[in-house]
Design a protein around this ligand. Structure first.
Ligand SMILES: C[S@@+](CC[C@H](N)C(=O)[O-])C[C@H]1O[C@@H](n2cnc3c(N)ncnc32)[C@H](O)[C@@H]1O
Length: 260
């Protein structure tokens, strides 16, 4: 696509899908968009934009494609072990319910992984988990608690899999008692400014898609959502250079504590 086409496409996609592509890394996004055009066998962007104007289904499919939903339960398992053994004891406060937010949770594997950890921890007796994402279809699957593929549950402990899931021809389903522990809502991280009091905010494998400015803006929003002493859990390739975002102190590669 030409530069002019890219500018035009970004503008139209923002109007049609609500996604602000200006905040995502351009070379990556351009490659994805070009790949998509080939995939749908559209002769040109001009033609495909006309299709988008008259076909809401095509808009929805493109939106799903752009949001990159790949995820799995206990993704990058050693990090979850660190969360369980080192970070949860750090964030837990006696007499308080533990409040966690999984931001950009895709189809729900991440917030349900948190729910399993919390259920299995005898020292946690009250907790709440919020899962949010920009993608409505992903949230629909999260709210239904499945069905999840073999690949999506491959990092799960087998005992926990048997305890919290049931399997049928469609795949794995989160059992209702666990499903009810997580609340889901639609939220665009680039637009939200909510001030909350979470003990733990998990935001993994989405910051990598944003431009540096957008990433900083999102990180500042996530810090605001933490209480002082609360911890931010990010992806293994998303580390935050020290001093870049005010109010954050590094605990380890993927964990940062909010300080005053
Ligand atoms: C690769 S998935 C990561 C899922 C999960 N956090 C994990 O690490 O397995 C990225 C998710 O970010 C979501 N996303 C992309 N841009 C977003 C935005 N501006 N606001 C909220 N979610 C966004 C996508 O819809 C997608 O579900």
């Amino acid at each position: 696509m030409t530069d002019t086409e890219f500018i035009l496409i970004k503008k139209r996609l923002r109007a049609l899908t609500g996604i602000d592509l200006e905040s995502y890394k351009s070379p990556q996004m351009r490659r994805r968009l070009d790949g998509y055009l080939e995939r749908v066998r559209a002769p040109s962007w001009a033609e495909f934009l006309r299709t988008l104007d008259r076909d809401p289904q095509a808009v929805r499919q493109l939106r799903d494609f752009l949001t990159i939903n790949v995820t799995n339960f206990f993704r990058d398992r050693p990090k979850w072990e660190e969360l369980r053994t080192r970070i949860v004891p750090l964030t837990r406060r006696t007499g308080h319910a533990l409040r966690a937010w999984s931001a950009a949770c895709s189809i729900g594997a991440e917030p349900f992984s948190l729910a399993v950890l919390f259920q299995e921890d005898p020292s946690i007796w009250r907790y709440s988990i919020l899962g949010t994402d920009i993608d409505r279809d992903a949230l629909e699957k999260a709210r239904a608690g499945g069905p999840y593929t073999v690949d999506e549950v491959k990092e799960m402990d087998q005992v926990w899999l048997a305890r919290y899931f049931r399997r049928d021809g469609a795949g794995y389903w989160v059992q209702p008692p666990l499903r009810q522990r997580v609340e889901f809502a639609e939220k665009d991280l680039l637009r939200s400014t909510a001030k909350e009091e979470f003990d733990l905010v998990v935001c993994r494998n989405v910051l990598i898609y944003f431009t540096e400015d957008a990433k900083d803006q999102v990180l500042r929003g996530l810090v605001q959502a933490l209480r002082i002493g609360g911890v931010l859990f990010i992806g293994a390739t998303e580390s935050i250079p020290s001093g870049r975002i005010g109010g954050l102190e590094r605990v380890s590669l993927s964990f940062y504590k909010r300080v005053a």
